[in-house]
Design a protein around this ligand. Sequence first.
Ligand SMILES: Cc1cc2nc3c(=O)[nH]c(=O)nc-3n(C[C@H](O)[C@H](O)[C@H](O)COP(=O)(O)O)c2cc1C
Length: 382
Amino acid sequence: MTVITSIEDLRVLARQRVPRMFYDYVDVGSWTESTYRANEQDFQKILLRQRVAVNLAQRSTRATMLGHDVAMPVAIAPTGLTGMQHADGEILAARAARRFGVPFTLSTVSICSIEDVAEGTGGHPFWFQLYVMRDRDFVTRLIERAKAANCSALVLTLDLQISGQRHKDLKNGLSAPPRLTLLNLLNMAGKPRWCAGMLGTRRHTFGNIIGHVKGVDNMTSLAEWSSQQYDPALSWEDVAWIRRLWDRKLVLKGIQDVEDAKLAAASGADALIVSNHGGRQLDGAPSSIRALPAIVDAVGDRIEVHMDGGIRSGQDVLKAVALGAKGTYIGRSMLYGLGAMGEAGVTRALEIIHKELDLTMAFCGHTDIRDVDAGVLLPASF
Ligand SMILES: Cc1cc2nc3c(=O)[nH]c(=O)nc-3n(C[C@H](O)[C@H](O)[C@H](O)COP(=O)(O)O)c2cc1C
């Protein structure tokens, strides 16, 4: 048995255990993948400042995100089809996050439904990510369902009115459940753990949608409905509408530009996430860590600024916090853990990141994450 010591180890194991179509769905960016790569690479360019002979005996990574006490400033990002990385994936990831003391965000296009996750986590609050669909009645009902399930924050994604093109997904014929072509069957035959898990659950398709939209009760009608539903007409008026419907914490996800950050700050939302959707939408956009400082400068005193994109280690988290992020989110780092080892793998991913964050903070001469600022970075490096 391999000893897992890094997120990269989890990625390698996930590639062995998850059918190719679903592994590729995670490890992919849009078009040339330049933004996907930049998200990771730009973190590497930022250098940390080592300090010595500081009393490091007592240390804390505890912080707050949206007023919630968290074990570290890291939340689980919303990711679609998570229940295809591992059977009942969203429930398992939500449990791991809860035990670790970090927020879990459920995607609109999850496999396990809002109600499944609420039940699977014993009614403990989680966060729900909303895609605004053309069918506004469906959106209103989703919001009601999220309220009833005790969701404490709504993460409204603004950067997917239209979908970026990911070559591998098209070539693999991505679908949930996978179509049983000869090629898919051959590939799945080599993933016995994954298959056993899938045979043991009834959750194989979009749990928030199927059975909740009139006329959408099977795969064919679902495929037809979803292909037309992302709303290209989404605007700041819809943000205002959702602000009126949702009286708990509201987070706007997918902000990359200072002008949009100012609009987000004026919208009455509680936080924004500097994000390029993990390099899956506008290929050629800057990495999130590069976009972050200007946004913090412009609106950081008016709205809580979070970020995601490219976080594969605790060092990355520390750098984001140093550049002003009050919270970060992990997408792929969580998904690799889930694909590799289910709930234990998500826990492992969180433990790895936490340990790296704690030690890196200490090497930089700090004992409390809440005191970390740009002083931990070498100025010439960012
Ligand atoms: C496989 C996958 C599916 C995703 N699905 C969603 C989604 O349903 N809703 C959403 O707002 N963002 C989605 N995202 C974007 C993530 O929330 C997040 O912005 C991104 O993963 C951060 O980058 P990282 O993967 O490098 O951590 C997805 C990302 C991945 C990798």
